[in-house]
Each structure stands twice: as structure tokens, then as C-alpha cells.
Design a protein around this ligand. Structure first.
Ligand SMILES: *Cc1c(COP(=O)(O)O)cnc(C)c1O
Length: 392
């Protein structure tokens, strides 16, 4: 078996080279220097068009987009913001950064928000961030119905969900604001970067100014003059802008997205079917309205104790496939008990149980079917080895 390279990203499309060379020649790297058509502005226009949103603002990361979204909502001091107990540590961090209190919601063993806990905690919060963690979409119908009825704004953390659909609608366009990442492990790779989308003029005006559109730089954002004039000089500048080189890396990748999404889903479903044949592995199904866009696979170990799960991960690693067991790797940034910067961390029994058995394996979209078979065989051999050892 020849092992695929599970960490190699796709090459950046050839189309980026000429534009990057032009930027290197001119030194025009700051988004607000050119009178018009700066790469960052063009990216915003193209991304908004692709998503069918009125406004887009490109920033330095998805975490920055989440922070600016909270700030743009103009929440009361110490506002309570509900987030899932299964997300990346940058999400509660963005809440703390915005002077708000994270309220953790329990998460079921299918990686999606536990709606009973969500419903119980909703009356105590001022805003909600839904992290579609690893692209797994929570029940957005139920979430939006509850939040709309209570007039609570929803920010979608779609960092790792670009291309996912819900009833055919693009994820990130369902809540009031959608935030996406261009960090290297996501569907579009600029090393770092993020973007937020919304149809709300006042929200985007506030976010534009706080992202660092000082003085009248907001005039380089289309169709937003009235709202930006209203907020002129009234908001702090956090300088979380994207630079032109990053935008030049992202723009030619937008056209690659449909292929990456299709290949990612094909890869995921191929491996899922093989793994689900094992009685010790469960790959949770998507919710019925959901069309996924995965570039990795998550599965739960069934009926195995912690030591056996660790032995499985070690056996797979020895054969060349890295398995991250979210709750069992030291200091994991996706295990809520490690977010010790939060005061009064709650216990989340369902999320804890899930994290102790949930495994994460990268499946870069460029893998071939034979690569996928190799990865599946290594995982199945590893589970067979540790369960036979247990039986013996
Ligand atoms: C990657 C990720 C983030 C953070 O994105 P950055 O662009 O690295 O700040 C936030 N939330 C989720 C669910 C992510 O996967």
C-alpha cells in the first residue's frame, strides 16, 4: 500500500501567479491604496455574488470576522452569547474578545447542537453563534425558528462549511451574518484570511469601519455610503483588514470550489461506507436537509473503552494515518474543558461523551479512490487489531 500525502494542499491555481507578480512589481499590497478594483474589493464583490448576499467584508481571519460580527451587533456590555460546546477554541475566544460571555450549549453524538439544551438556554442569551463544526450542520430550521421568535441574532460560523447546503440554501446565508475562513485547512487556502457576509447595511457598515476603514476609506466599499456616514468617527478601529496578496490567492480558487466540494463529498461518502461496515465505527449521517462539503471525516468508536480507542489511534498512526481523537489528545483546542479562560466552565455531558470517542481524519479533496481505499483499509485494520487483542 502506498500512502497518500494527507497534508499536502492543492496547488494554488496558475491564474494567481500573474496577479501576484503584478502586485510584487507595483508594491500595491494595501487594500485601500488603489482608487478602485483592489484585489480585496474584487474578492468581496465576487464572494457576495457567489453566495447571493448583498454585502461581503474580507478580513484577516474567520476569528476576526466572528469578533467583528459580535461588535457590529452592538450588544449590551457583558452580553451572553451561546456557542456550541464542540467548536474550535478561537470561537469562545472571539466572544471573550468582544467583551461578551460565552454560554456553552451541549452537543449530540452526531456533532450537532443538542436542541433540548439549546432551547433551555436560549432565553438567557443575547446572541447565538452556530459553528458548523467540520461542516456538520445543526438543525437550522429549528434554530432559526426559535431565534427569530425570540428576536435573537444568529451568526453562522461557517469557517469550515463553505459549499455546504441546507434545503439547497448556501450555509452562511441563513443567519444574520455568515463567517468563513481562508486558513490553509479549509476549502479555500490563502494561508490565513476570512470573510463575512450579510444583507444588513448597518451591520456591514459598522464592521467595515471597525475592520480598519479609517477616514473615508469606506467609500471604496460599494452601496454603503449612507450607513457608513452615520457611523463615521463613532467606532474604534481594530485593523483586521485582508491584504491584496491574500485576495489574489483566494480569487482564482473560487472557481475551483464546485469541483472541490463534489470531490470532497465523494471522498467522504466512499470512506464512510467502508468504515460503517465495522461494528466498532459509526459515521453519523447528515441531517436530511443537508448536502455536505467535507474535506475530512469524523466518526465515533462504538462500545470501546478509552484505552482501546487510544490504541486504535496509535495503530492507525503507526500505519501512516493520523487519527485525532478530539477528547483524548492532550490540550486539544476543540475540547471545551481546555477553554479555561472561560469563567465557570459548565459540564456538557453529551459533548464530553462524544469528544472521548470522536475521531477526526483529514481527507484532502485531491485523494484518488485508491488512496481512499488505502486510508479505509488502514483504519479498519487498526480497529480489527485492537478489538482482536481485546477479545484474546
Ligand atoms: C478554522 C475555524 C475557525 C477559525 O478560523 P480562522 O480563519 O483560523 O480564524 C473558526 N471556527 C471553525 C468551526 C473553524 O473550523
Amino acid at each position: 500500500m502506498t500512502l497518500p500525502d494527507m497534508h499536502r494542499a492543492e496547488p494554488i491555481p496558475e491564474g494567481a501567479r500573474a496577479e501576484i507578480e503584478r502586485l510584487l512589481q507595483s508594491g500595491d499590497l494595501f487594500r485601500y491604496t488603489a482608487a478602485s478594483d483592489a484585489p480585496v474589493s474584487l474578492l468581496e464583490a465576487e464572494f457576495a455574488q457567489m453566495m447571493g448576499s448583498r454585502y461581503a467584508l474580507a478580513v484577516s481571519s474567520c476569528s476576526a470576522a466572528l469578533f467583528l460580527s459580535l461588535m457590529a451587533l452592538d450588544l449590551p456590555d457583558n452580553a451572553r452569547v451561546m456557542i456550541p460546546g464542540f467548536t474550535f477554541a478561537a470561537v469562545p475566544s472571539s466572544v471573550v474578545h468582544a467583551n461578551c460571555q460565552p454560554v456553552l450549549c451541549d452537543v449530540a453524538d452526531n456533532y450537532r447542537i443538542d436542541m433540548t439544551d439549546f432551547t433551555a438556554k436560549l432565553p438567557t442569551v443575547d446572541a447565538v453563534i452556530i459553528s458548523h463544526m467540520r461542516g456538520h450542520t445543526s438543525d437550522m430550521d429549528a434554530i432559526m425558528a426559535l431565534c427569530d421568535a425570540a428576536d435573537i441574532p444568529v451568526i453562522e460560523d461557517a469557517a469550515h462549511s463553505l459549499g455546504t447546503l441546507w434545503h439547497g440554501r448556501k450555509i452562511g446565508t441563513i443567519g444574520k451574518i455568515g463567517c468563513f475562513s481562508f486558513q490553509s485547512y479549509k476549502m479555500i487556502n490563502a494561508g490565513e484570511g476570512g470573510i463575512m457576509i450579510t444583507d444588513d447595511a448597518d451591520l456591514i457598515a459598522r464592521a467595515i469601519i471597525m475592520s480598519g476603514a479609517y477616514e473615508h476609506n469606506w467609500k471604496k466599499h460599494p452601496n454603503i455610503a449612507e450607513a457608513c456616514t452615520r457611523w463615521q468617527n463613532k467606532l474604534p478601529l481594530y485593523n483586521l483588514r485582508l491584504n491584496n496578496l491574500s485576495a489574489a490567492l483566494v480569487r482564482p480558487q473560487l472557481a475551483e470550489l464546485p469541483r472541490r466540494v463534489a470531490d470532497g463529498l465523494r471522498n467522504h461518502d466512499h470512506v464512510a461506507e467502508k468504515l460503517n461496515a465495522s461494528p466498532f465505527i459509526d459515521v453519523p449521517a447528515p441531517l436530511p436537509p443537508e448536502t455536505r462539503a467535507p474535506d475530512s471525516i469524523q466518526f465515533n468508536m462504538v462500545g470501546l473503552d478509552d484505552a482501546t480507542i487510544r490504541a486504535f489511534a496509535a495503530a492507525a498512526a503507526a500505519a501512516g494515518v493520523k487519527v485525532q481523537v478530539f477528547g483524548q489528545s492532550t490540550d486539544n483546542a476543540r475540547a471545551f474543558w481546555n477553554w479555561q479562560f472561560i469563567k465557570d466552565l459548565p459540564e456538557l455531558p453529551k459533548a464530553r461523551k462524544m469528544l472521548m470517542s470522536a475521531c477526526d481524519v483529514r481527507l484532502p479533496v485531491h485523494l484518488s479512490v485508491s488512496d481512499l481505499d488505502t486510508v479505509s483499509d488502514i483504519l479498519l485494520d487498526a480497529v480489527a487489531a485492537v478489538t482482536n487483542a481485546e477479545a484474546a
